[in-house]
Design a protein around this ligand. Structure first.
Ligand SMILES: *Cc1c(COP(=O)(O)O)cnc(C)c1O
Length: 376
């Protein structure tokens, strides 16, 4: 029995999206795409991404366990995160992951200690904060020097020297990630130019990183998901192809989350009541920010449609949830076909940072996730 609210993932669209990425990078030598698993950890989604041959970007020990469980190889796991706990570092070393993206000197020292105590050497990339802004929501910008992420550019040389002195550390390359939901290709161009500058500096010092990891952050079209179900991967990868100057033999890594799964998932919710109040009409639904927090957290907007009535009898509604918080609003002044109690609404483009961010506030049940293969 399927009960609302629930997520449903379109497996055909997911497969097409993955294929479209593979086509776009097919002619880029030594290029690896990792799926940033924090966007969606639904096991059936993970299985399809694994079958497509993608690597993984993790930001916690729990994610490493989840992707190992889903059958991903440790050698494809990049492990980022500004505050890795000792047990998470141990787990990464024991599992033999590809690389730690290290965000500070104290973290580097702890990784060195733990690796040394195990008689191992940890491969690390240094996550450099490139001080490149991104035209996106302030809460999801990560590449400015005022953000908590990464190592300041000016400290890069010193930290690389420190790597060379630490017996448990192997300096493997540089890592970047400037933010999320980025649709301005110029932001990625600016990142490439910054990386070129940093590499020039490294050349002078005779340092040759094996890996350049440019992170993720490519956005999706939340306004017109039907017209753009698959992001424009060609334009995105072309920026790097054309602007980033890689050195001979250097491997280029990407870590895309939202762009892979965002459009593949939708949240289905049932209308409990339609309430008229003054000039307003509220569609009170059984999903709340406990099921999809993006609107409440960042004022994000998702397209909402009535899938029980697709007629052209449009009316205006505020679509709100049942949680006892005023921010529990999915969107205001939404044009929906005439909506009544019992209708199902679909909140589109909810595949990324949706199900995985669900909480049990108000002692609510967690939403279930299904695929289109399971529910016809
Ligand atoms: C979140 C994250 C990503 C993925 O970001 P998207 O915007 O979902 O593509 C990639 N790399 C790191 C280090 C991250 O924290």
């Amino acid at each position: 029995m399927v009960t609302t609210p629930y997520y449903i993932y379109d497996t055909q669209l997911l497969r097409d999206t993955l294929e479209s990425i593979k086509r776009a990078v097919a002619e880029m030598p030594d290029t690896y795409v990792h799926y940033a698993v924090k966007a969606c950890t639904n096991p059936k989604v993970l299985q399809i991404i694994r079958e497509a041959g993608f690597g993984i970007d993790c930001v916690s020990g729990g994610e490493i366990m989840a992707v190992r469980q889903a059958g991903f190889e440790p050698k494809g796991i990049m492990f980022a995160g500004v505050g890795k706990a000792d047990w998470e570092i141990e787990l990464g070393i024991d599992e033999g992951i590809l690389c730690f993206a290290v965000e500070s000197i104290p973290e580097l020292e702890v990784i060195n200690e733990i690796a040394t105590s195990k008689g191992k050497i940890a491969d690390v990339c240094l996550r450099i904060n490139p001080n490149v802004g991104a035209h996106t929501h302030a809460n999801i910008v990560t590449g400015l020097s005022e953000n908590k992420f990464g190592i300041n550019m000016d400290d890069m040389m010193n930290v690389i020297s420190l790597c060379e002195q630490l017996p448990g550390i192997n300096f493997h390359g540089l890592h970047f990630h400037i933010g999320s939901q980025i649709l301005e290709m110029d932001d990625f161009k600016a990142l490439c130019r910054r990386i070129n500058e940093l590499q020039d500096k490294l050349d002078c010092a005779g340092i040759h990183p094996e890996i350049i990891d440019v992170g993720g952050g490519l956005g999706i079209d939340y306004e017109h998901p039907e017209q753009h179900p698959i992001p424009d991967f060609d334009s995105y990868f072309n920026v790097f192809k054309q602007t980033l100057k890689l050195r001979k033999g250097q491997k280029l890594h990407f870590e895309l989350g939202r762009a892979i799964v965002g459009q593949c998932g939708r949240l289905i919710t049932k209308v409990l009541y339609v309430k008229k109040s003054g000039a307003k009409q509220f569609a009170i639904v059984d999903a709340g920010f406990t099921d999809l927090i993006r609107p409440a957290l960042y004022g994000a907007r998702h397209k909402i449609v009535n899938i029980s009535n697709t007629g052209d009898d449009l009316e205006t509604y505020d679509v709100v949830g049942p949680i006892c918080e005023s921010s529990d609003v999915f969107d205001k002044d939404v044009r929906l076909s005439r909506t009544k109690r019992g209708d199902l609404l679909a909140i589109l483009s909810a595949g990324a940072y949706g199900e995985i961010m669900a909480s049990q506030y108000n002692c609510r049940r967690l939403p279930q996730g299904y695929t289109t293969d399971e529910l016809k």
